[in-house]
Design a protein around this ligand. Sequence first.
Ligand SMILES: Cc1cc2nc3c(=O)[nH]c(=O)nc-3n(C[C@H](O)[C@H](O)[C@H](O)COP(=O)(O)O)c2cc1C
Length: 347
Amino acid sequence: MFDFSKLKHPIIQAPMAGGINTPEMVSAAINAGAVGSYGFAYSSPGKISEDINAARNLRNAETQGALNCNFFVFLEKIKYSTQDLDGPLDALRSLDFVGKLELEIPKPPFFLDLETQLEPIWMEPPEILSFHFGVPDKEIISKAHAFDVSVGITATSLEEARRVEQSGADFIVAQGFEAGGHRGIHDPDGDDDKLKTLELIQRLSSSSKLPLVAAGGIMNRNQLIEIIEAGAIAVQMGTVFLTCAESGASEAYKKMLLDQKHRSTVFTQAFSGRPARAIENEFVTLMEGQALLPFPLQNKITASFRKYASKLENPEYQSLWAGVNYPECRKETVAELIERMSWKERS
Ligand SMILES: Cc1cc2nc3c(=O)[nH]c(=O)nc-3n(C[C@H](O)[C@H](O)[C@H](O)COP(=O)(O)O)c2cc1C
């Protein structure tokens, strides 16, 4: 089991799929003595190898930090037939911005095979492997342990935490309702307890046997101390890293986080088909109540105009994943951010 107490800082720079976690960001977090993570959910094995090597090359030999590689556990059966495409396509094409842009029609396989994605991981095993949206096959967890890799799995409720405990995983990433990005709920059609991060940690610390990593709304040192005192061994922070110099977020996205402090964040399924917390923008508003495809098919049909919006530096049609406390985002480097979170340096 990875020993979190060996880190200089009890911080995991969150995995953030979609180009945010550059090798510069990941290695800077590792070199500062925290955990640097890659969100590899949509990455091919070739890209995974390339990114792991790039972070390795930038990593200081004497660092107390560690690498985490993160993947999604996709639902095996996606309820979908080609007729289901008409409504969602019409909804997108009715938007002026999308208009006549070519949209990618999703075809099977709808996502990359997890075993294939994991092949480069076994070649150069990181210290940690983490999973979002559910529990991977037992064989994957056993294989990770055989390679001395610790496994963390997201849970948003007490029931999900019990599933994680029974899976043989080593720690729970307890994700509260404030968190930015995709809600890690295992069954997207199931009930959501909507527990906030502190309450989730308080409840789990008295019932769970596994170490807890707290995720959601943590942006400053006081919040970190409060959550550690409540029973977490570390925090996983995503939003606060988005505006770091090393972040791969688009300029328009960074500008929204830094300058548009008055906007609210909402859960939307309109970008990907799964609920994710994002800054409310024109696309989110216009898509309310519209027909959508299941995850990750909706993610595919919205990909081309999201990319186009990023090229045009138009934030209204990009997925601006952000936690509720995004107004605390600053322009800083990863090293500066981790340093200002420092509460009790460990030797
Ligand atoms: C832009 C973005 C992308 C994310 N992508 C992933 C991901 O690929 N895998 C994952 O486990 N969590 C992902 N998350 C969720 C984070 O792991 C974490 O739960 C969240 O960022 C914590 O809340 P905070 O954003 O308020 O710090 C993402 C979060 C953001 C903001």
